[in-house]
Design a protein around this ligand. Sequence first.
Ligand code: ADP
Ligand code: MG
Length: 690
Amino acid sequence: MKLMSDIYNKSITAIKGIGATRAKLFNRLGIFTVEQLINYFPRDYEDRSHIKKIVDLEDEEKVAFEGIVNSGVQEKILRKGLTIYQIMVKDETGSILAIWYNQNYIKRIFKKGERYIFYGMISRKFNTLKVQSPVYEKGDAKKIIGIIPVYASTNGLTQNIIRASIKEALGLTVKGHEDIFPKWLKDKYNLAHINYSVHNIHFPMSDDDFKKARYRLVFEELFLLQLALLCIKNTFQKDKDGIKFDDFYQKEREFTQKIGFELTNAQKKVFDEIKKDMESKKVMNRLVQGDVGSGKTIVAFLALYKAVLNGCQGALMVPTEILARQHYESICNLMSKEDIKIALLIGSQSKKQKSEILSKLEKGEFNIVIGTHAIIQESVKFFNLGLVITDEQHRFGVRQRAVLSNKGKNPDMIVMTATPIPRTLALILYGDLDISIIDELPPGRRPIETYIVDNSMRERINNFIRKMVSSGHQVYIVCPLVEDSESVDAKSAQKLAEKIAKEDFKDLNVGLIYGKMNGKDKDGVMGKFLDGEIDILVSTTVIEVGVNVPNAVLMVVENAERFGLSQLHQLRGRVGRSSYQSYCILYNESASKVAKERMRVMEKTNDGFVIAQKDLELRGPGEFFGTRQHGIPQLKIANLYNDIDILKEAQEAAIEILKQDRDLSLQEHLLLNKRIESDFKEKLNELSLN
Ligand code: ADP
Ligand code: MG
């Protein structure tokens, strides 16, 4: 929410109690202005609204109680560096021991006979009641009573300081929050007033008030996100009439028979859906989702073939050069008997090579182009682009896809992704796309067997690697990025590769591949791996997407706990691409419970959707790999896991608004328009959606 008064733009030092030193601490939390402070929503709440009698206190509950200090403060040195301070507190029903650790000021606080309210975690063992490090308040002020916000904090910034600062900020801006919604919309969706909501999200008067406030703010957040996305889509989907492709029934059938395998029913179903779209007048906007290894590539090739039969050009854009080269090779093989000219366009080609390709593309001498981001450079022009496909869609930004589309006249569009995304996220990202799902793996695949191991198993695992290689198979070993910087990344993978090549497996052929390697070298290594000249490929995550080497049947992941589950699932998808039994070994060096539970999910299931859902559950939406990958801005209050119902309403509302007023130019939408501009302008470029 925005505030109408000037105060919201001011530095937080305008708030009483925040000087330069404290401001620095707030800055660490990303809070610089009063507005940001007000929008710093609680991470949790403590329900201190009920005061219990001591007799009713239960083990392991966090609760408030009231009583009289019944002893002086006792000081006990338990061992060096650990001193406890304790008092006895009683009411008419019983007594309880309150304990603090190493806080000697406690000695000066409590006097026998005084009345206090306490709040803390109760423990009841052998009928002894204790409360550890409770918060407390003297007399009847009841400041610590109620529903109390808990904020994510940083060292040196106490909850009390944050609470007081936010209270102060709210006081300065009581009635000044700007309501972006037109009245009819607020009525229709029962949205609480913005001033009320902002106050009650921080300091709810009751559970009910909190719910109303949260509903309004979650709605607002999701609504704005939706609206921003829809606005972008508008900018490149204005004309609805597309190309009406003909049905070359006989030729399409013949071509399908040349593939070398029978399409699965799921592939057939999805290609039929694509065919129908292509043969209709409307522009196709279709998302093809299919778990890793489900065979999306061939479906894309069939669509490209159909476009070419119709005299149109087709483009397939992929996120990495490795993948581009691989697709290029397989499509060349597949179409070698046809009169179809196929180009590869990637960043590492020489200027001369590129300009030759570009001129032929523009003249229509190439029918199909496979490439990386190089395809969307301004210099790339087409003769008659009729179909654009992006593979591994989650790696691209929304603008990038728009740019590709705009190189043709309303070309049909397919986006393909293996990243299983939870339903909520799919609704946000692909709300207006038609979705096809390849929900079946090619026949004969055996589920990949996954094992979680630690360093103590290294020798056994190394023997297993050896066994795989000596039976004629190949192995991937993946290392995580140690830091963001590519040089560090390269070094770590390189070091490991060296160790593996020179020590562990000096008698085998070990190859290395990492992100910043130049295209030629990558190509060389990948080619050797594909040809079986390399037994063990050590890599960073560059092989995460798309790569297809069916003879590789073992994947070993170092420090698997550092990866998101969905990412691990993608990595694991590099094996299990043939009828051989495949294995995935995950080294987990973390003792953390959550890490272990996450690894267990990988052990238990091969279903990408289940994994994505679990990932979201275990790590929370903020950290969920999908959100960041998709460029969705960090959500302040909405929870992608729980707020699906609100999301649907917000989406409906956003569509309704745009139907009335496509570019938000009506007076009653002015504030909305401004908000979209200010909140999303920069971020929109990163959003990787349709
Ligand atoms: P992904 O959906 O992960 O992109 P790919 O398209 O790379 O999967 O296909 C994985 C492997 O399965 C490839 O080797 C491909 O040739 C093979 N494949 C695809 N469809 C079938 C099928 N219907 N029958 C047998 N093998 C298939
Ligand atoms: Mg693929």
